[in-house]
Design a protein around this ligand. Structure first.
Ligand SMILES: Nc1ncnc2c1ncn2[C@@H]1O[C@H](COP(=O)(O)OP(=O)(O)OP(=O)(O)O)[C@@H](O)[C@H]1O
Ligand SMILES: [Mg+2]
Length: 352
């Protein structure tokens, strides 16, 4: 077990609330190609066929439908009443969390580092933050001092078993207001098993919709691929931040990445937007890095954050001690850069 406390380790007033918005809407789901989830190599000339997918509205009341084909509606989750209700009223006190996926199919570009560091910087600024690991490598937990491979319950349990209580999975980190939904290698199996599920792209969304009123930001660390786990992350998100390493090959994957985002937006999540591109591992001493950054800014304009994250060995050191850079080296330039990014993210928040 983790040395961190699970959220349900202490008591508290609870109240049942309905899912905030239509995550279970069957019209959001369309049949897609098994191997690529219909998002990578689909012919753009082909209109997707709007076949209705089996869902609660389509289910006949008789016993003709086997119980394992149509999932039963998940039970409403208990949440802290103090988080949700005005004193004496019934309206939400806070708006739901902004859900942001940190996504780039290229490996080693700073997705996990940015998820941890940005999350920690947002928490420093008073935001309540949940970090969600959607990568079977489990690096997010390692970077926060949890040994995810020893955990009994992870995001795998939430994805595969509707009845799992998120409070048994979420762990507190050493930093106030910063919580973690950990993953480990079990998640690799979930990616295969989810393929057979109804509305398989929306499995994560269903989980996060039940947690949205507890947090201000939910950041999802994606794996380095465009498989079903990443598609789940994008379907569950309001926006995407793309960490982009400042080197030549980084630009080559951007077309495929943007194409994937557009297809998810068209077919699964019309609200999805790009929050911004964050240049990472920038070495201002090299002409090459400066040229790449210039080209990125030319190509993507205002989408690129003003902040850039410089290359420094401090980022490789921080996971070794299991702490965000803002804690491990709080006065370093790297920590300050992520604090600047956090302020930019806050300033890019959509008006309510
Ligand atoms: N700005 C930086 N300067 C120097 N090293 C960095 C920087 N950001 C991240 N690193 C290091 O680079 C490596 C890869 O970073 P990270 O794990 O965040 O990338 P990733 O995109 O999540 O990788 P993967 O695709 O494998 O999940 C790590 O060792 C990390 O410590
Ligand atoms: Mg990673």
């Amino acid at each position: 077990m983790s040395r961190h406390r699970h959220l349900n380790d202490e008591g508290g007033a609870t109240i049942e609330v309905a899912t905030p918005h239509g995550a279970d809407d069957p019209s959001m789901s369309r049949p897609v190609d098994e191997s690529t989830h219909g998002l990578v190599d689909a012919d753009p000339r082909l209109e997707p066929v709007a076949e209705p997918t089996a869902g609660p509205a389509d289910v006949p009341s008789s016993t003709e439908v086997p119980a394992d084909v149509v999932p039963s509606a998940p039970a409403p989750e208990p949440v802290d009443a103090s988080d949700v209700l005005r004193p004496g009223g019934g309206m939400p006190l806070r708006r739901p969390a902004q859900v942001i996926a940190l996504m780039n199919q290229k490996g080693g570009v700073g997705k996990t580092t940015t998820t941890i560091s940005l999350g920690a910087a947002l928490a420093e600024l008073g935001q309540r933050v949940l970090l969600v690991d959607m990568d079977p490598q489990g690096s997010l937990g390692v970077g926060l001092g949890t040994e995810p491979h020893g955990l009994d319950t992870t995001i795998y349990n939430l994805l595969m078993h509707d009845g799992t209580n998120p409070d048994e999975v979420i762990v507190e980190t050493a930093q106030e207001r910063l919580h973690l939904l950990p993953a480990n290698i079990d998640l690799a199996a979930a990616e295969l098993l989810l393929v057979q599920e109804v509305a398989r792209e929306q499995s994560l969304r269903r989980i996060l919709d039940r947690l949205r009123y507890r947090y201000d930001y939910i950041l999802i660390d994606c794996p380095p691929s465009l498989g079903l786990l990443t598609i789940n992350a994008l379907t569950a998100s309001d926006s995407v931040i793309v960490p982009l390493e400042c080197e030549y090959f980084a630009l080559r994957g951007m077309r495929l990445l943007m194409d994937t985002l557009r297809k998810v937006q068209e077919r699964l999540n019309p609200q999805l937007e790009v929050k911004g591109i964050i240049p990472t591992m920038f070495d201002p001493r090299t002409v090459h890095a400066r040229e790449v950054l210039e080209r990125v800014r030319e190509a993507f304009g205002d989408l690129v954050f003003t902040t850039t994250i410089n290359k420094t060995v401090r980022f490789a050191e921080a996971p070794v001690v299991g702490a965000p850079i803002t804690t491990y080296a709080p006065k370093s330039k790297g920590a300050d850069a992520y604090r600047d990014l956090a302020k930019e993210v806050l300033s890019r928040e959509p008006a309510s």
